[in-house]
Design a protein around this ligand. Sequence first.
Ligand code: 1DF
Ligand code: MN
Length: 385
Amino acid sequence: MFSRYENADNRLEDEDMDFDRRTLLASATTAAAAAATLTSGLAKAAAPKNQIRIATEEAFSTREHMRAMKALVDSAPEVTRHDYRLWRLITGDQLADTPARLLDLEKQRLAEMDQYGVNMQLLSLTSPGVQMLATDVAVGVAESVNDEMAEAIARHPTRFAGLATVAPQDPARAAQEIERAKTKLKLNGIVINSQTNNEYLDLQKYWPILEAAEAHDMPIYIHPRTPSDQMRAPFDDYNMGSAFWGYGMETSTHFVRIMMSGAFDRFPNLKIVLGHMGEAVHFWIWRLDYMSAPGRARGETPTKKLPSEYLRQNLRITTSGQENPHALRYSIDVLGLENVMWAIDYPYQETPGAVSFMDNAPLSQQERDAVYWQNAKRIFNITTI
Ligand code: 1DF
Ligand code: MN
C-alpha cells in the first residue's frame, strides 16, 4: 500500500514522479544557495539538540475524502483545470497508492518526524478540503475526517494535534461541528481552504462560523486554494493559480475582506491564522493604515480600528513554505514574537528544509522556542506538550 515509500532511500518509482523528485532535488540545491545568500549578513545561531518542534500546517487525507474527491472528478472532470497537482495525486493512480503520504499518518509520517526531531504535527485535511463537494456530502465527510483525526490523535497524543474540517456550505452545521470538535473531539482549531463556491467568510451568512470559532477559542486557519472564478483569469496562464502565486493572492485577499467587513469588531477575540509567512498581508501594514486615512484610497469603508491593529490582534501567521530568514525577522518585528509559528506544509514541502531553516534562523534561543513550539502550544491550546 505504501510501496512508493517503502524503499530505504525513499525514491519514487513511476517516471512522472521520478521527474518530480529530480526537479525537487535540483530546486532544493537552488533553494539552499538562495538561503545562503539570504542569510549572509544576519547573525548565526543554531538550535540545541533537544529543541522542541511543533509543525502547524501539516496535510493529510482519508480514504473517504479521497473517494468523495474522485467521485467529484469523475462527475465533473473540468474541476481539474485548477489545482492540477492535487488532482493528479488523487486521480493519477490507484486510489490507495499515489496519495500515500497524505493517507499515511503512522508509518512514513511518524518515521520522518522522528528522523528530523519534529515532536508534533498539527494536522489538517488537505486543500481544498470538503469545500468543492455537494453540501450534504461535505458535511458528512467533514465529520468522518474529524472523527478519524481524533482517533489518530488519541493513539498518539504527544505526536499529533488537529484542526477540524467544517463545510462552510452549511454555516449552521459548520458552527455545530466547531462545538463538537472542541468539546467532544478536543481538537485545536479549524481549517478553511479559502473561498467556498467563490464566496468568502466576510459575508454575514458565514458569521455563525466566526461566532462559534470565537466562542470556543478555535483559531481559523485560512489555508490557500486556487483563486475564485471572479479573479481567476489573470492566474490562468503559466500555472500562476498554483502555490507559485495564486494561492497567496487568493488567501491574503480573503483575510483583507474579513477585516474590512467589520467581523473583527463583532468578534474581537477571533483569531485567523495565515500560512506562508502571513501570505504577505503584513508586508502592507503601513500602506493599509496610510490608505485608511480620510480622503485616501480606502474611502468610507467603516471599521472601528486601523488595519495594523487587527493585524496584531486577530492575525497569527506560520512559516509554511517560506524559508526566508528576512521575512521571518520582519514578521517577528512587525507582528510580535508571540504571533509567529513554525510549519512545514508536509507533504508538499520537505521536512529537512523546514527544520534546517528554523534551526539555523538568526534568532535568539528565546525567539526560536517561541516560533518553534511555544506559540503554537498557546494559540492552539495544545496540552500534551
Ligand atoms: C501545494 C502547496 C499543494 C500547498 C497544497 O495542497 C498545499 C503545492 C494541495 O505545492 O502544490 O497545501 N501549500 O499550502 O502551499
Ligand atoms: Mn499547505
